[in-house]
Write a protein that binds this ligand. Structure first.
Ligand code: SAH
Length: 396
């Protein structure tokens, strides 16, 4: 049985990347579309010589089709069920399901789980559904029902938070809300550290799950150090540092809400611990004058470049920011520096940090090269999926 789908025909030669299983069709590669098509519809993609290439969700924009399968198969409830089952199985094999120490993790990571356009994070019984494509937005009710079927009692609620991630041109006005159940904010555990998570009010899906292993590494480097956690958001790096016996920890974020959240989180993990101070400040202002104040600095800025045309400016910002840290950190200091921009490659990021080091004139050595954790898998045919890059540096 085949589905009756509109066909997207590619220009000659444009089938190559799909033959290497890269899941995106760019609008410039399209020769014609055989009938009228709406955003979010399933389409069949063929080469100029009518060879079948894949089936995916259509969207207006630079990425015109996100391929769901390279097989000529029917996309129905069974298809989605098997994709979600594989995603759950992977997390189970990582020991993340029914884990008493960590109950927050990423359940679906877009292309990395064969579901381009979809992110689902799991927070102690609540799944937060975030559609980045119209197709995945249309799928939200069916997918949350299937998640419930597969996870049973482990899943209490599914909350859709797609209002900021859907392309605005799609002319849908998504309203966030529960697709299933109604759970309210909660406290989650990550390696036994407690975090308030509020998917209704918080940024992204409510919490940055992707820094779990890197936060743990900060703990290993913290003993006796004075720590600056710049761009702290919910304060995770701060209390891992405190757990690692840091001498003093300063958390800084431009958002007052983030600082409130950080204070609340530090308080539940380390009540009345005078080692911690939090400040609402702009990073570039705060770092103007921190000479010899810190010996561990964490820089985890927001995605400076969300689009390719902002790349140059973003690299300049990474360079300046890192230069500030290198110039002023105490001798023997450690810098944890990150980029979460998908359009900034590992190499470009490293060059920017390298330029920052050169400006400072300090001797800087790479101790660790960091990335996202295993519940954010990278589809090997889609290297863009490796979006989180980090370096741990030793400054003599
Ligand atoms: N390190 C965090 C995630 C950081 S997200 C964690 O482990 O969870 C990026 C944060 O940077 C956001 O909280 C945002 O409010 C903050 N931010 C954005 N621009 C900033 C600026 N110019 N100065 C300081 N903070 C900024």
């Amino acid at each position: 049985m085949t589905q009756n789908l509109v066909t997207v025909v590619l220009n000659k030669g444009k089938e190559q990347s799909l033959k290497r299983f890269h899941p995106w069709v760019f609008s410039g590669a399209i020769k014609k579309i055989t009938a009228e098509v709406n955003e979010g519809d399933l389409v069949r993609v063929v080469s100029n010589s009518n060879e079948f290439l894949g089936i995916g969700h259509y969207q207006i924009g630079s990425i015109a089709v996100r391929i769901l399968t390279f097989k000529d198969e029917v996309i129905n409830r069974d298809f989605w069920k098997s994709r979600l089952q594989e995603a759950i199985q992977l997390r189970a094999s990582l020991g993340l399901l029914n884990n008493t120490h960590t109950n927050v993790f990423r359940l679906v990571h877009g292309e990395g789980d064969g579901m381009p356009g979809l992110i689902v994070d799991f927070y102690n019984g609540t799944a937060v559904y975030q559609a980045h494509s119209v197709g995945m937005y249309h799928q939200r009710n069916e997918l949350s029902e299937i998640l419930k079927e597969l996870l049973g009692e482990q899943l209490k609620a599914v909350y859709d938070k797609s209002d900021k991630t859907l392309p605005y041109k799609a002319d849908i006005e998504p309203v966030n809300g529960y697709l299933l159940g109604n759970s309210g904010a909660t406290i989650v555990k990550e390696y036994d550290n407690a975090f308030h998570v509020d998917w209704v009010e918080g940024q992204k899906t409510g919490f940055f799950v992707d820094q779990r292993e890197n936060r743990r590494l900060v703990k290993e480097f913290s003993k006796g150090r004075d720590v600056l956690n710049m761009f702290c958001y919910s304060g995770g790096f701060s209390f891992y540092a405190m757990q690692g016996d840091a001498r003093m920890v300063h958390s800084v974020d431009a958002s007052a809400k983030a600082i409130d959240l950080t204070r609340a989180n530090v308080e539940i993990n380390f009540p009345e611990d005078s080692r911690h101070q939090a400040y609402v400040a702009d990073a570039f202002d705060f770092m103007r004058d921190i000479k010899d104040k810190y010996d561990l600095i964490i820089l985890d800025p927001p995605a400076f470049a969300k689009h390719r045309n902002a790349l140059h400016q973003a690299l300049q910002a990474y360079k300046r920011l890192n230069a500030k840290a290198f110039e002023q950190i105490r001798p023997g200091g450690i810098v944890f520096t990150f980029s979460c921009s998908q359009v900034v490659s590992k190499e470009k990021f490293r060059e920017a940090v390298f330029s920052g080091a050169a400006i400072s004139g300090r001797k800087v050595r790479i101790l660790h090269q960091l990335t996202q954790p295993a519940d954010h898998p990278v589809n090997i045919y889609h290297p863009e999926g490796e979006y989180l890059k980090g370096l741990v540096l030793y400054v003599d």
